[in-house]
Design a protein around this ligand. Sequence first.
Ligand SMILES: [Cu+2]
Length: 299
Amino acid sequence: MKPISLIVSAAAISKVYGHGGLYNYTIDGVEYPGHYPWLPEEGQVSIQRRWWPDPIYRADHPYLACNRGNPLATSITKLHATVRPGSEVIASYYPPLCPTSPPVPFPKTPSVPNYDEEDPPMKCSGPEYTWVHSQGPMMVYMADCQGPCDEWDGTGKRWFKIWEAGYNPKGWEGAYEYGTDKPISTKDRWWQDYVIERGDTTGAWNITIPNLKPGNYLIRHELINLEASLQFYPECAQLEVIGDGDAIPSEDYLVEFPGAYSADDPGLWMAGELYNPKVGHSIFNYTIPGPKVWDPSKA
Ligand SMILES: [Cu+2]
């Protein structure tokens, strides 16, 4: 495991912009800017929890729930986006412009000791450095905050999965290269490839809020990159669900972070080995990690 992460560190230094995350949300047509990791926390009003663009390299990382910027944040805004069952949430992985003046001091100490943290953290990349990874699953979770989400730290067995996509050996029906009617390349069989090929912010990754009982919920988008090493990219945002939904997931759908994954899970063990001919073929029968998807319309 260690040699692999050393290789990744070297790659990350030579290619500073190799990471990223979820920068903006569009919910029922309303744009909600994310919490930009390169700006000071003070003055940012966002539904999104603070996060860092460098990956989390461990399935047992203590801050896997909402990315390590969050528990180390000095303030969490109270803003929640209002949604209802059926609302559409679109996630954009295209970075905003970098601040030019005044120069913003980047946090110097993101590290959680002994958890393979990168140091120094990734610098602001700007819009030309879009999401680069493609090989790994994409998932969306929600969790009942049991009160205002800004008062909950994301710990505990409250998370349930509402959406997932992994590897489809047949490709994705209806997936076209952005701006064309050309189906995406047959090699692009991870859903992340589809997002990259689409290249826009208007529907690359859109999910629908399920028929949930009203209340405050965190929504957690997560990309996992399996290509060079095991890398988790989760980000959380605060939602208030209104309306007349009445469903809640039963206990067997609930997980906690860390805890939901282990590095030897069927969908994770091949991380860093995709180009090993003895291993790479295993993705043709890929199992997405984590719990099964909760879908109250089928319950
Ligand atoms: Cu990266």
